[in-house]
Design a binder for this molecule. Sequence first.
Ligand code: NAG
Length: 398
Amino acid sequence: MLSLLLVASLPLFRPLHVNAVNIPRDAGDPLIPSGWTALGCFRCSVDCDNTVNSPGVASDDSGCNVPCTGDTTHNCGGADRVYIAQRDGGVPPSTTITPTSTSTSATPSSTASIKTTVGTWQYKGCFEDFGPRILQHQFTTSKTVEACTANCAASGYGLAGLEFGGECWCDTYLPFGQQFPDSECSMVCGDDPTELCGAGNRLALYQNSVATPPSASLCLSSQPPGTAVVPRNFQNTGIVAVDRSGNNGLQIYGATPVVTLGDTGPEYLLLSHCRNCPFEDVDNFEVSPTEMFVYARAAISLFPRVGESPLFVSFSQFRPYSGYCAFPNPISPTGPFIGFPVLATAGRVDLWSLCTNTTADGRLDVVYSAVADHPNYDLSACTPIYLELVPSYALPNN
Ligand SMILES: *[C@@H]1O[C@H](CO)[C@@H](O)[C@H](O)[C@H]1NC(C)=O
């Protein structure tokens, strides 16, 4: 029988396998009845459900900040946070619990810290690893930063990531991954109690300063030949047009209908920066692996024609153009190993422009390989751009 008391605003049930810690109590803290010991505020580790199946991650107590409905002078957990107390002398759970790892503690020891330099490797931050893996290649190594980085270097990767106390992930490029405070990468490495190795859903990222950056024309969205790696499908992304000096980021809001052939005919759409156009949908583009879709595959890409806006069509029986790819970002402020991917067509990322379309009320349309003497735009007024594929957490909303 479980002997845990959960004080949560949401029906979340999480973590076990934590060591009791003494937390100073203040007004606002959960009321813990006598006979129970506060374990603290925890973040959901993998997903939230009603079974105890995954170790959670100790979190800052400030996240458990939602007042209890029955006693508003005290708190009852928070968004994505559960406050846990343990009954003194309770019987530990046994077979119903299947943690993904039992060898690591969720509670950082007071002496462990994030190593910022390991040989030629530099720590780059604590990143969320949720949904599709942000680094793709997992290896089994000793649970230390030294062992993982050495393994990634030997396997030809410039990036290494440690997660959940010692999982070792390697890759050549990090396209997405939201950065979080270092304090969230708080799990002690399984094989070295002095260092920290990420946490649940949190990857401590390292970059090898002597590694060669990935090829500028690496198709991140297609499956590398001969590997069992899941292709990266860049789904639910927005598109941001950045001028090629990297200055202005202008959001492409959606695909604007340009031709509709009757009620039952196909609809043709193009990409524009048009706030009030129909089908504005800021983060519903997909590149996977060499085709491009809009609105969760409701429209598929057609062959782009020189000088014209790329077209998408709403009928699935059209054959999608398969020359699209997501390439590393050539102007990433975070360097050649990390950054939002950019959209390539037929191996080029630098053929896109944003042009004022004079036949469409001056709408700003994306144009492929803009030409002089076009009836619908003036080439000298077009801005050469890259099209960045950006996850919703980083969209500028301009
Ligand atoms: C300009 O707008 C028209 C009308 O919406 C559209 O057909 C055309 O594809 C747009 N882009 C260019 C480059 O002409």
